[in-house]
Design a protein around this ligand. Structure first.
Ligand code: SF4
Length: 300
């Protein structure tokens, strides 16, 4: 026995969702047509809003069936009854059995709207299309940053190099490996922190950042820090150190001390690329990483 109201409602729902083909089990095409021709008028819920309800409705069941036929296409091609899908168990008596391929409503996955992007993701999208300074002209990638969006430590470097520009990731290559080792040495695996640069695009021939480029890009770093809200910042290299501390002193004078950037404790140290060229400073840099770790523990 067909539940005609349910069937009519189901077909309207599928048509509204753009379905042009469906499979029903335990229901032949003839039974379906008969059910459509005699289905009751749509309920308030089926017919939409009150305003819509006042429009001239399709009055007769036959007309509704005709309309559905038109929307759904030729029945023999689109509606298959009986034993079309033998792997599915027969429906209980008195019920319409619908194929698992066409449930009454969309699956949870398709029905749910895609999750709202986080502020960090929105900022990343904005950076990827940014042309606010001349560095947009020669870049291959915008190297926005990566890592734990809820990291307690954010590492801020200078600018992408050739490998970073190629891959779109910060601190890859040999300098990145050294950074990973130094982070690991104080118990902070790379994936537990967030890593980014003051500039998101590579300066040509790895030249130093220019003041107007740093100014143009500073909003992205500030936005990242606002979104992540870390407990400690670690600036690696002269330009991030000087711009975050707000000083023109050399790294050798700034390192080993604790500063604050917008209220966040800030430690500065040498850039890993410099340490690769001057490995005698690695131990000194390691002390800075230990200081960052100590401040992090104290913050906890
Ligand atoms: S460096 Fe920064 S400001 Fe300049 S184009 Fe890239 S994202 Fe924009």
């Amino acid at each position: 026995m067909l539940d005609r109201a349910l069937l009519a409602r189901y077909l309207r729902q599928r048509a509204e969702l753009g379905e042009r083909e469906l499979f029903l089990e335990g229901c032949s095409a003839e039974e379906l047509l008969a059910a459509l021709a005699s289905s009751p008028p749509p309920t308030e819920w089926e017919s939409g809003t009150a305003g819509e309800r006042e429009k001239p409705a399709t009055s007769s069941a036959a007309a509704r069936a005709s309309m559905l036929r038109e929307v759904l296409g030729p029945l023999p091609a689109g509606i298959v009854g009986g034993a079309a899908r033998p792997e599915v168990a027969a429906p209980p008596a008195g019920a319409i059995s619908l194929s698992p391929a066409l449930p009454l409503s969309h699956s949870a996955e398709s029905a749910q709207p895609s999750p709202k992007p986080s502020p960090l993701q929105v900022l990343g999208e904005q950076a990827r299309s940014c042309t606010a300074c001349r560095l947009s002209e020669g870049r291959r990638s915008v190297v926005f940053g990566e890592g734990d969006p809820a990291a307690r430590l954010v590492v801020v470097g200078e600018a992408p190099g050739q490998e970073e520009d190629r891959t779109g990731r910060p601190f890859v290559g040999q300098a990145g490996k050294l950074l990973d080792l130094l982070l690991m040495s104080v118990g902070l695996p790379r994936e537990s922190v967030y890593i980014c640069n003051t500039l998101k695009c590579r300066p040509p021939q790895n030249r130093n950042p220019l003041p107007d480029e740093l100014a143009a890009c500073s909003g992205f770093l500030q936005g990242q820090l606002s979104a992540i809200a870390p407990s400690v910042l670690l600036a690696v290299g002269k330009f991030p150190a000087q711009s975050l501390v707000g000083s023109e002193e050399s790294i050798s004078r700034l390192r080993g001390r604790l500063f604050r950037y917008r209220g966040i404790p800030l430690v500065v140290t040498y850039h890993p690329a410099f340490l690769l060229r001057s490995p005698q400073w690695i131990t000194t840099a390691w002390e800075d990483f230990q200081l960052a770790r100590k401040v992090l523990d104290e913050q906890a």
